[in-house]
Design a protein around this ligand. Sequence first.
Ligand SMILES: [Zn+2]
Length: 513
Amino acid sequence: MTCKAASIVLSCLVSSLLAGFLVLTSSPAGAGTLIVNARIVDGSGLPARPGAVRVAGERIVAVGEIPLARGDTVLDARGMVLAPGFIDTHSHAVDTTGAGERTLGKLPEAIAAVSQGITTAVVGADGSSSLPLSVAFSELERARPAINVATYVGHGTIRLRVMGEDYRRAATAQEIETMRGHVARAMEEGALGLSSGLEYDPGIYSSREEVLALAQESARHGGRYASHIRSEDRDLWEAIEEVIAIGRDTRRPVHISHMKLGMKAVWGQDEKFVGMLDAARREGIDISGDVYPYDFWQTTLVAMFPQRNLTSVAEARASLDDIAVADGIRLTIFTPEPALVGRTLAEIAAERREDPALTLTKLASAAAQAGQDDLATMAGMSQQDVDALILWPQANVCSDGSLVDGHPRGAGTFAKIFRYYVREQKLLTLEQAVHKVSALAAQNAGLRERGRVQAGYFADLVLFDPAALTDRATAREPQLLSTGMSKVWVNGGLVYDDGRATGVRTGRILRSH
Ligand SMILES: [Zn+2]
């Protein structure tokens, strides 16, 4: 008996040594971090489970019950949630729109992003990107950002490059051919696909045929299409049809950026909105969308003039009646007269003893004529619609924000999902929320080996107490950082630790191939 018992013990010892040895060979001694005592929410949407995760180098190498190996650095998660790093599928962390010194290249620690758990920013949104991408990629690589960056190539940027200032017209066949060349090159350089901003200059002047031709070029290289659609208000339904048609023609995934019902006349029609998308999906079109969790947006004053008659008081008045009221429009950037930042259109008009519609024409004209930057937050959505769109199963979360933003979405979006949707409203379970900010986001942007806590995946991870993660940014104080995120790893490097950037910056450019 004793002998037998001894032999069992011995064989157990041998197998555990063997197991230890195998672990040691697959993860070099001293190079691994073993995160124990975690509540793993893996991104799939399945229930949280207790367990450990081993990270070696840039990858997750084991998940579950993992024996300690020699040289492991052990981290006790103390029962906190360990989830995939959050993926922001529509970010302005890298671009030139009013940002200048405030982009990732200049702020590589990306504190506004990592403090809410963002480990990957998808940029080049709204038709606006760097061009050529290769140059921007090398600049960004030199800056060594803390977070990963993937990008679309922007239709508007290409259009401007090809047509110059003469863009207020349809492009010729020759010009579209030249634009195709830019798309092809960007795809070879690693773009995820084509983005468009069809409510903005110069995209607003493009024909459907032009956009389709360029989306086809992107598709030919395996790319996808993401669109700030032609209208988020008066011509919303036709605009949705246009994206669906591009998905039908290209047979590649299409994505509606920051889905919204952006005028009172369409409020409450979320069922029609997602009904169109669901019908398209049943037809075999891979359509998805992203949403940011706020009932006000931020855009240029010029966007309030869909006909671009910037001096037309009637056009201004129509937008103030239908889209966003004067006391819901607050300037966040206004280079022609920076003192106006923080004020609402209603306040400025009252001070000038003017009709707000007249003031709007003057402000928009001043910004446009000087080619200067202006941005304003505009309250024009209903919270119920925002909620309904976020709950659509194919909707992931985006911020549409930048690292130093005049809108709270730049610093608050992802933490707000957990505070508002999970804790307060209980509209999403913890697991559903994590799914929408990780695995689903990766799928909707075409990112591989990210967005799940799974062996073999890149070690983009967040550790947080779901009862504590909270956004603090508001319309008046949009840059207040989120709190409650404990640790953030990007490609295995710990970039954020209890409220502070660590100085480790292990982000990468995620090329599509
Ligand atoms: Zn947009």
